[in-house]
Design a protein around this ligand. Structure first.
Ligand SMILES: Cc1cc2nc3c(=O)[nH]c(=O)nc-3n(C[C@H](O)[C@H](O)[C@H](O)COP(=O)(O)OP(=O)(O)OC[C@H]3O[C@@H](n4cnc5c(N)ncnc54)[C@H](O)[C@@H]3O)c2cc1C
Length: 386
């Protein structure tokens, strides 16, 4: 229903690329917490960072089902940290560049992001302020033709190795939502310092706390209009949350398929464990849940691709798909018995990595708030930019 022959050709070639260029390095990147620069260039050369971007900046301008394939296949390399580094660059940072960046910004940053020369990070969360985005404290004060940024951000994916940061900061401290603006900031400027955070999972990806101490940027680095940052952030959450929903169904499917294969080979009590009804029913239940989420996510992708503003649906997608993924991966690990707990088998890492699903990019509690406001209070969200 959703994928053409061309999509499938792309899936196979991307899968082959990952097998050859990425999978041999995953263990090293998981251990060092550093994704080597060469792979960013290779992704750029192959056009993978520009799937949904305009041809004017070197993108391929393809429909969103290519993005779905990109995300699904990335989950199957079994390093959500590596996958996150790639999609946070191309679907968090670059979405802001493409939608709010001036022509000058796009020429300087978007083109280089698509070809893999520059890595981006999106900086919204602060140490004392995560879910309550409007309560952020980082400031950008205008002085002549400059803005001076002070404050700090935390949990920033690609925060240390990124070349540029998309930073949300208050340009008007008196205002809450309408006081936030978005800037593109070179990550090597005087006054920026970063600390790498140690995490439960997503170990290949770099996650940083970043301090801004009187960081001076040109006023031309403002993205879009002053005071509209909150609306931009909320608007792009529709795509970002769908990205996280798709990631979730893909890693759950990966875990399920691995467990089925294991059950076909592992023996207990003189037969393969895939003969035990208790386990067969467990698999049937897991597969049904994966499929329900997957089909729902595809149907929203179709609507988003057609320009429908799917705020509620994307929130529902992330809410239920991430919950389902945690549950399916937990149960898949159980099907492996003791081997499930051993790092040489893929599900131990996947269990750790998956746990971020209901937290990052809007916690499940916040998503429920959004859905409830829309359903019960009749709240309507409108896109800030076309
Ligand atoms: C590995 C990792 C990568 C990340 N990458 C990025 C990134 O690239 N860029 C970025 O900006 N951020 C990033 N984040 C941050 C992430 O989006 C936040 O952690 C998340 O939004 C929650 O914010 P918080 O951690 O401050 O939790 P808090 O907001 O302090 O929430 C704590 C708890 O209270 C609950 N809660 C809060 N408010 C309400 C409410 N109104 N009703 C009910 N419950 C509530 C929350 O759901 C949560 O359970 C990342 C986080 C991690 C761990």
């Amino acid at each position: 229903m959703y994928f053409t022959e061309d999509h499938e050709v792309f899936r196979q070639s991307f899968r082959d690329f990952l097998q050859k260029e990425v999978i041999p390095h995953i263990e090293k990147w998981e251990k060092t917490g550093t994704i080597e620069r060469f792979i960013w260039s290779k992704f750029g050369e192959m056009g993978y960072f520009g799937l949904n971007q305009s041809e004017k900046y070197g993108g391929l301008n393809l429909d969103l089902f290519y993005t779905v394939i990109f995300l699904e296949e990335l989950q199957k390399v079994n390093s959500c940290g590596f996958a996150a580094a790639m999609w946070a660059h191309s679907y968090l940072a670059m979405t802001h560049l493409a939608k709010e960046g001036s022509e000058q910004i796009k020429e300087k940053y978007l083109t280089a992001s698509i070809n893999g020369e520059k890595i981006g990070a999106l900086c919204i969360t602060e140490p004392f302020c995560g879910s309550d985005v409007a309560g952020m404290k980082t400031t950008a004060v205008k002085k002549g033709d400059k803005y001076i940024i002070n404050g700090s951000k935390t949990f920033i994916t690609n925060g240390i190795y990124a070349d540029y940061l998309i930073v949300a900061a208050k340009t008007n401290l008196e205002e809450k939502h309408s006081g936030i603006s978005i800037f593109v900031v070179d990550n090597n400027l005087k006054g920026i310092s970063s600390t790498k955070l140690n995490k439960l999972g997503w170990r290949a990806s770099d996650t940083a706390e970043i301090a801004f101490d009187n960081v001076e940027i040109s006023a031309e680095n403002l993205m879009g209009e002053e005071g509209k940052g909150f609306s931009y952030i909320m608007q792009h959450f529709a795509l970002e949350r769908l990205v996280m929903g798709v990631n979730a169904h893909a890693r759950a499917e990966y875990a399920l398929n691995y467990a089925i294969q294991y059950m076909n080979e592992r023996e207990a009590f003189g037969k393969t464990i895939n003969r035990f009804q208790a386990l067969r029913h467990k698999v049937a239940e897991m597969a049904s849940k994966v499929d329900m989420c997957k089909e729902y996510n595809y149907s929203i992708t179709k609507r988003l691709n057609e320009g429908v503003y799917v705020v509620k649906e994307a929130s529902m997608s992330k809410l239920l798909s991430t919950k389902m993924a945690d549950e399916v991966i937990y149960n898949a690990l159980q099907l492996l018995g003791g081997y499930g707990y051993i790092e040489d088998y893929p599900l131990a890492r996947l269990l750790r990595d998956s746990r971020l699903g209901p937290i990052g990019g809007g916690t499940s509690e916040i998503l429920k708030e959004i859905i409830a406001k829309m359903l019960i209070d009749g709240k309507d969200y409108k896109p800030a930019v076309k």
